[in-house]
Write a protein that binds this ligand. Structure first.
Ligand SMILES: [Zn+2]
Length: 211
């Protein structure tokens, strides 16, 4: 039986071809340094989200709509507080990973405000946070359980690692760079380049140099 394939509604954009006000805050293909001083290359390709309605109605995985990854407040850079908004293409991979997690916990999984994609110019971002890659989520609640105690955070971090063996979860603690009121999990600095994206510039000199 032939069935029509649903087409993904979000437009793929090359961040380097966006208007300057967006390029200045998304830094497509730019570099951020992590806490160890290692340079990390930022995403270049994004999906464009036209409206809140589109964010709410577009699903990246069966239980995760775009809207869950774009809840930001005044700490986000001004051009990104209005629509159109942009999410790195790898956000789709995070949604798929969270779907596995949701299956394992058998309940609703809630991502906090500023707990999905944050631009490199988000005031809460210090250095190369995987939130800028769209590959990190701050989960503050699973079903009726708030992740604000050591017990609940550790329990759900263990479940996350059981279904996603390479996932990284933030250590527990009150200090900066630790967590005591949510579970941060991320897939690392994953950059996704969809098939329909433009190719890279082929630089023969770089290709011949040992890196
Ligand atoms: Zn986080």
């Amino acid at each position: 039986m032939a069935t029509a394939l649903a087409t993904f509604p979000l437009r793929l954009v090359d961040g380097r071809r966006l208007e300057r006000r967006f390029r200045d805050v998304l830094l497509p293909g730019g570099i951020l340094c992590d806490h160890a001083g290692q340079a990390r290359v930022l995403p270049r390709y994004f999906y464009e989200v036209e409206s809140w309605e589109q964010a709410r109605d577009t699903y990246l995985a069966p239980h995760f709509s775009v809207s869950e990854f774009v809840h930001t407040d005044v700490r986000e850079a001004p051009p990104l507080r209005l629509f159109p908004r942009y999410i790195p293409c790898a956000t789709v991979l995070l949604a798929m990973a969270l779907e596995l997690f949701r299956d394992a916990v058998g309940n609703y999984v809630y991502i906090g405000a500023n707990g999905g994609y944050c631009s490199p110019r988000h005031a809460g971002v210090g250095g190369a946070s995987p939130h800028c890659w769209g590959t990190a989520a701050n989960i503050y609640r699973v079903g009726d359980t708030y992740l604000d105690s050591q017990d609940s955070i550790v329990r759900y971090a263990e479940i996350a690692r059981a279904v996603m063996p390479t996932v990284w979860t933030r250590p527990l603690g009150p200090e900066l760079a630790k967590t005591d009121d949510h579970l941060h999990l991320d897939l690392g600095y994953v950059v996704s380049t969809p098939r329909e994206a433009a190719g890279e510039t082929y630089n023969l000199k770089l290709a011949g140099d040992p890196l």
